[in-house]
Design a protein around this ligand. Structure first.
Ligand SMILES: [Zn+2]
Length: 261
């Protein structure tokens, strides 16, 4: 019995392997000349789906966008990766239309349109939400950071405010959100109905919680359930599907718990 079942699985896997090779041969630059023997772990999948009608989904392309170019929707900015140049300013700033926006700050074009869609969905779900911070230019961040250092000292300020040139807000891809409640820029925002709804649905519109709880040593920041970073729906979906919650881990970058100097 066992031997017969194994042989059946082996044949199924071989047929599947041949089909995959045929399907790939049309688009791959170099089609493999030989098939490798099926492994035991491949056999169950072949048994469940002996006649695939669609080619396998292509692997997620982690190089589709730059993580260094400050105009890339995947740019990774953290305490070890300043924006280049430090005083970078995006060229496609756009005001989100029809959204409550405390200080009237713009976003980059794709993030602005995505924020409009996110807010429309929140409205349909009956979830109150407003923008309390969006694009901040280099000069604004200089002023903010300096005021925090003067008030709390540099060590404390570095735990909650990015140094100029290191702030994601300077990319124009970030919104800080609020519900008009008591948890304005506080960790408890994550437990409000709005915070819970956003954590669940923001990825559908291309936004991720950039500084999740438990990842302080990776991102260098305390949890910020109000800070949503636009990375596009494809990357947001891939991060959710793979369970990787930080850009540093997704792109195999070193953790950035503090500044280099
Ligand atoms: Zn923020």
């Amino acid at each position: 019995m066992m031997r017969a079942r194994l042989r059946g699985s082996w044949i199924g896997a071989t047929v599947t392997g041949a089909l995959v090779v045929l399907l790939l041969a049309g688009c791959a630059a170099e089609a493999p000349e030989t098939t490798s023997p099926p492994t035991v772990s491949e056999a169950p999948a072949a048994t469940q789906d002996p006649e695939p009608t669609e080619p396998p989904a292509p692997a997620f392309d982690r190089t589709a966008h730059s993580i260094d170019d400050p105009m890339s929707i995947w740019v990774v900015s953290n305490k070890l990766r300043p924006l280049t140049p430090m005083d970078f300013a995006p060229t496609d700033l756009s005001m989100p239309v029809g959204l409550e926006n405390e200080f009237g700050q713009p976003l980059r074009e794709p993030a602005a349109r995505a924020a409009e869609a996110l807010f429309a969905a929140a409205g349909e779900a009956g979830v109150p939400v407003r923008i309390i911070s969006a694009y901040r230019d280099y000069g604004t961040q200089v002023g903010l950071y300096d005021s925090y250092v003067a008030r709390d000292g540099q060590a404390a300020a570095d735990t909650y405010s990015a140094r100029p040139g290191h702030s994601e807000h300077q990319t124009g891809l970030v919104i800080d959100l609020d519900d008009h409640g008591a948890c304005y820029l506080q960790a408890c925002f994550g437990e409000t109905p709005t915070g819970v709804w956003l954590a669940e649905h923001a990825a559908d519109y291309g936004f991720i919680v950039r500084y999740p709880a438990g990842k302080e040593d990776v991102t260098g920041f305390m949890p910020e359930p109000w800070h949503f970073r636009y990375v596009g729906p494809e990357l947001a979906a891939e991060m959710r599907a793979t369970g990787v919650s930080t850009l540093e881990e997704f792109f195999d970058l070193p953790p950035a718990p503090g500044y280099a100097g």
